[in-house]
Design a protein around this ligand. Structure first.
Ligand code: PEP
Ligand code: MN
Length: 341
């Protein structure tokens, strides 16, 4: 349930409504929208239907939100949330690229990736230091050493960092080196982890789970949003279907759908979405056309010898080509947005 205040409602009027909600034993999230202040009720709202909010001055109406992801929903926050990653804006209408290797393999490798990524136009450097690998015998990541390398490389090329955190116990360490905390597909429903990263205040890149429905994904975001500190960036990375010709089935319809249902930005991951390097560029182009706010893509100076996900990583030449093609489509999208507005 949300309480929508009238345009120009005073601080005192808002405070009286908040006081009443707290008296009923619930907490609130307040959204300072551009037109209306919206008060979201946190907790079990059964029984709140009987509270006569409409008799409070400054209240326009109350709205029962039928889905369970209230703070993540468009109803709660009708405008787009623009996530500010230390100066890089995601969700403001521009298209932001995050590029880098699957795994950080060493300082020279991540520096080389940063150099290529930056030259192609990416603003954010990706790379895993904690790797969720299917096999326990596969390379698990360089951990803190890797975090140091990615930070150093990003700083050298004036980029921001996104890297995965897999464990509650590592959040503080990862947050020290990273600008965005990535929650991997395998952890989309690790609710304790979601609650904990939501308390950091860092933007959270939330991958869609391998078998995650849109509703489950939105609810996962709600676990973060309810902490009232960290904004969410949805990352569509493909889901598991009966198809085996690609690593995953890249669900691009998630882009306009998430945009309809939520105010948080959504980016696409055509690397994990396809798992095949020569399908990455066409699907990156499709991501732009679907209206994504950006993409995260795996690149490697020498994909054949990558320690993980070499089969889906773009080499320098192919990455540069992809970025040129994406730029052309971005220009076209500007014109399309003019028609739509
Ligand atoms: C990754 O980004 O390298 C990764 C492991 O992704 P996902 O969680 O989507 O599989
Ligand atoms: Mn990977």
């Amino acid at each position: 349930m949300i309480v929508i205040m009238k345009q120009g409602a005073t601080k005192e009027q808002v405070e009286l409504v908040v006081k009443r909600i707290k008296k009923e034993g619930l907490d609130v999230n307040i959204d300072q929208g551009t037109e209306h202040i919206v008060i979201g009720l946190k907790g079990d709202v059964r029984g709140m239907q009987d509270v006569p909010f409409n008799t409070y001055e400054g209240v326009e109406k109350t709205l029962k939100i039928s889905n369970t992801y209230k703070l993540t929903s468009r109803e709660f926050h009708p405008g787009d949330t623009v996530v500010d990653v230390d100066g890089v804006k995601i969700g403001d209408g521009s298209f932001v690229t995050m590029a880098g290797p699957c795994s950080i393999e060493g300082l020279e490798q991540i520096r080389e990736c940063a150099k290529i990524a930056k030259a192609g136009g990416a603003q954010i450097l990706r790379g895993g230091a904690f790797k969720p690998r299917t096999s326990p015998y596969a390379f698990q990541g360089l951990e803190e050493e890797g975090l140091k390398y990615i930070r150093q490389a990003a700083d050298e090329f004036d980029m921001k960092v996104i890297t995965e955190v897999m464990d509650e116990g590592h959040i503080e360490m990862v947050a020290e080196y990273s600008d965005i905390l990535q929650i991997g597909a395998r952890n989309m429903q690790n609710y304790k982890l979601l609650q904990a990263v939501g308390k950091t205040g860092k933007p959270i890149g939330l991958k869609r789970g391998i078998a995650g429905t849109i509703d489950e994904w939105l609810n996962a975001a709600e676990y973060i949003a309810v902490q009232d500190k960290s904004p969410v960036i949805f990352i569509e990375r493909g889901i598991r279907t009966y198809e085996t010709a690609t690593r995953n089935t890249f669900d691009l319809s998630a882009v306009p759908l998430i945009k309809k249902l939520s105010h948080f930005p959504i980016i696409v991951d055509p690397s994990h979405g396809t798992g095949v390097w020569d399908l990455v560029t066409p699907m990156a182009r499709a991501g732009v056309a679907a209206g994504a706010d950006g993409m995260i893509v795996e690149i490697h100076p020498d994909p054949k010898n990558a320690w993980s996900d070499g089969q889906q990583s773009l080499n320098e030449e192919n990455y540069m080509k992809m970025m040129q093609e994406v730029a052309i489509l971005n220009d076209a999208m500007e014109k399309i947005k003019e028609i739509e507005d």
